[in-house]
Design a protein around this ligand. Structure first.
Ligand code: ADP
Ligand code: MG
Length: 271
């Protein structure tokens, strides 16, 4: 592989719903696109929110990630352009909800996404996988395909407690299925610095995870929430909004972090 980084596939994961996974994946994809990186967004959630939020009609697809996972279509056949044009999308829709059942019967069922992405990996600098809000076989496929896990989280009271299942899953996948897997970082999203509790939880997260916490804080910003109904990432919909600026900064931080990471010994523990 001719990448600057040890791997270029990143899973955006958290088994909780509504924590900002899809918002992060879409906006990071567009941010990296603006920074002249070639980006593929993979929608691995049957809800297809990242697909629709990228301006791709999930109900009018030739094929989607479901057919790719079960070997009925290739990734190349199924990839489309996002409406804003600066990243590609491997889309999904509710057909993907059936994939668990099909996958269970397949050999190497955890490796189907990896096999598919290997065929297109050289066309991209970054491949970002938007995971469903479960620790299911779909998420497992994402983790097996990935180099890095990005966990978006809100700084709420039970935030750290809720992370332990995901962190343990990352450790298990690292041990048994994908020795290259790393927790690249935790991203604090929907952050409101005026709320004392959020500041306290944010500090706790830093103590606990150290340099695995991204410096960039994503604020709560209504423009980010409005954008999907226009089929655009918030960062394109209103590039002057606070949310847009934060996600652009995050894209920059991730690129810098990955450059450093490639110099670091691969023996680093996964979490
Ligand atoms: P998930 O994919 O984890 O379920 P989403 O990205 O869909 O989470 O976000 C859940 C809801 O919160 C959505 O309505 C989204 O528009 C909103 N949202 C996400 N991030 C922000 C933010 N930084 N500011 C304001 N609203 C946000
Ligand atoms: Mg989502």
């Amino acid at each position: 592989m001719n990448h600057t980084y040890p791997g270029n596939v990143f899973c955006v994961a958290n088994q909780k719903g509504g924590v900002g996974k899809t918002t992060t994946t879409i906006n990071l994809a567009a941010a990296l696109g603006m920074l002249k990186k070639r980006v593929l967004l993979v929608d691995l959630d049957p809800q297809g929110n990242a697909t629709m939020g990228s301006g791709v009609d999930k109900n009018n697809l030739k094929s989607n990630v479901y057919q790719v996972l079960i070997g009925e279509a290739t990734a190349e056949q199924s990839i489309v352009k996002s409406a804003c044009g600066n990243y590609d999308v491997l889309p999904s829709n509710r057909e993907l909800a059936g994939a668990e059942i099909d996958l269970i019967q397949m050999e190497e069922r955890e490796h189907q996404l990896k096999k598919a992405l290997d065929t297109v990996a050289d066309n991209y600098d970054f491949i970002l996988v938007d995971c469903p809000p479960t620790l299911s076989l779909l998420t497992l496929n994402g983790l097996v395909a990935a180099y890095g896990v990005i966990i978006p989280m809100q700084c709420e009271y039970f935030a750290l407690e809720g992370l332990s299942d995901l962190v343990n899953t990352v450790k298990r996948v690292h041990k048994n299925l994908n020795p290259g897997l790393q927790l690249v970082g935790l991203l604090r999203v929907m952050f409101d610095p005026r709320v004392t509790l959020q500041q306290q939880v944010s500090a706790q997260i830093e103590t606990h995870f150290g340099d695995r916490v991204f410096k960039t804080l994503i604020p709560r910003n209504v423009r980010l929430a409005e954008a999907p109904s226009h089929g655009l990432p918030g960062i394109v919909y209103d590039k002057n909004s606070r949310g847009a600026k934060a996600y652009l900064e995050f894209g920059d931080e991730l690129i810098k972090r990955m450059k450093r990471e490639s110099l670091r010994a691969m023996a680093r523990p996964p979490v």
